[in-house]
Design a protein around this ligand. Structure first.
Ligand code: AP5
Length: 221
């Protein structure tokens, strides 16, 4: 397993750009956890917790969940021991407030961001990717009906059933893209200013091609 010191990595980009797919690959390569705020919120909803109930309303509309709910969740998660070597933030931060709060949290922990990977993918491709995405209810593996098909039509390699996310419908996708442009895009300048941004023109590239670019960047080549 590769080891490159403290690895605090951020995956930034619009819905469907491949943050989750690439986070899982880095996680298994470096043995550090993928922390997806979207997955955490879906788990809370599944368990029927207060956080789950409060966030569902926003998620179903394609809007962002309030910063305070997200920050509380992140704070608790990155304190855990499995984050000692590093972690991959997938879908967080998403607002300038979240980014600034993350800086404060990391500073208190004596840690810093290694790299922010930003995937630039045209809207037409994002819509096609999200429309065909299916993921495993058991292990969370992400597939695409056309670009990354599962071994059988409705089952994952682990045997779990594959489902489409409820927010992957055309109306909610268009709202998520709108919210991304308004609230998350300003983070590009924020991280560019800190010299942390690594831009990947991910449109038209395969999952493997994008993965090679990331691994090369992390190995310092
Ligand atoms: P979240 O779950 O984070 O969703 P998202 O940001 O909209 O991103 P996605 O998971 O949809 O896409 P992805 O970039 O991970 O793409 P993937 O790898 O799956 O958030 C959901 C909701 O939770 C938000 O709307 C909000 O309400 C709330 N939330 C979450 N975090 C929050 C926060 N910090 N603050 C406030 N609210 C928050 O790939 C997509 C598809 O494309 C897959 O099928 C994949 O197989 C395929 N694919 C991937 N790469 C390629 C490629 N190179 N070529 C072809 N196909 C590809």
């Amino acid at each position: 397993m590769a080891d490159s010191g403290d690895m605090v990595i951020i995956m930034l980009g619009p819905p469907g750009c491949g943050k989750g797919t690439q986070s899982k690959l880095i996680s298994s390569k470096f043995g550090i956890p993928q922390i997806s705020t979207g997955d955490m919120l879906r788990e809370e909803r599944e368990k029927g917790t207060d956080v789950g109930r409060r966030s569902s309303v926003f998620m179903d509309r394609g809007e962002l969940v309030p910063d305070e709910l997200i920050l509380e969740m992140i704070n608790r998660r990155i304190e855990k021991e499995d984050c000692n070597k590093g972690f991959i933030l997938d879908g967080f931060p998403r607002t300038l407030e979240q980014a600034k709060a993350l800086d404060d949290i990391l500073k208190k922990m004596g840690r810093s961001i290694r790299q922010v990977f930003y995937f630039d993918v045209p809207d037409s491709e994002l819509i096609e990717r999200l429309g065909g995405r299916i993921s495993c209810v058991v292990c969370g593996k992400i597939y695409h009906k056309k670009f990354n098909p599962p071994p059988s039509e409705d089952k994952c390699e682990c045997g779990g059933y594959l489902l489409q996310r409820p927010d992957d419908n055309p109306e909610v996708i268009s709202q998520r893209l709108e919210v991304y442009r308004k609230l998350t895009l300003p983070l590009l300048d924020y991280y560019r200013g800190k010299n942390k941004l690594f831009e990947i023109h991910g449109g038209g590239k395969t999952i493997e091609e994008n993965s090679r670019i990331i691994l090369k960047a992390l190995s310092g080549e």
